[in-house]
Design a protein around this ligand. Sequence first.
Ligand code: SAH
Length: 225
Amino acid sequence: MTVQTHGAGGRTGIGMTSARTRERLVQRLRAQGIADPQVLDQIRNVPRHLFVDEALATRAYEDTALPIGYGQTISQPYVVARMTEALLEGTAPRKVLEIGTGCGYQTAVLSPLVKFLYTIERISPLLERARLRFKELRLRNVNLRHGDGFKGWVAHAPYDGILMAAAPLQIPQALFAQLGPGGRLIAPVGPEGRQHLVRITRRGDDFHTETLGLVSFVPLLKGIT
Ligand code: SAH
């Protein structure tokens, strides 16, 4: 028997999963300044259409955020690429904590680029759906937790990198404490709709802050649901 497949997952037909559609997105991000070849390869390789609802799959390779339910969004590919690049620059981190798993797209982009990846999500059904996708995609270095990212994940600290996918008004103290020597924290900070993306690097007990531009993220919320 011959089985015809249409790219990863096969569920949405050849159009939106085609190499050409993905390559267009990669070219666009490169034109916007994303230069790390590993990051661009991941944008090319990760099947973003599997992380959104089937009704939105035709838009999965547009450079735009899309709804994923529960009032949350899958981040815009440019922002995912920019944050990943900012995290990896210089010495590549081995152990990374991600806060705000959402649909798991950012996690999937980052997973092969680090040794250990820990990810926390406060909305249980989103986390469970992400867990299934990681299994399907065979991402074996990802550990998931239903929890409140304000507290970090102390059991596996310190981290070489922390990446936040939801914006606090200020970086929670617990996250500074869980950042190892030379560690980098990438986060959107500020009120809804107008945040600065920052990279904070730990040097001894000093935390050096760089501002990487304006972004728009959902807020970091307390507690779990
Ligand atoms: N990186 C994700 C983006 C998800 S949107 C992606 O690629 O799809 C941000 C996510 O952060 C949402 O799912 C939201 O529920 C989650 N979030 C918000 N506050 C949180 C908190 N305190 N702890 C853990 N997750 C949180």
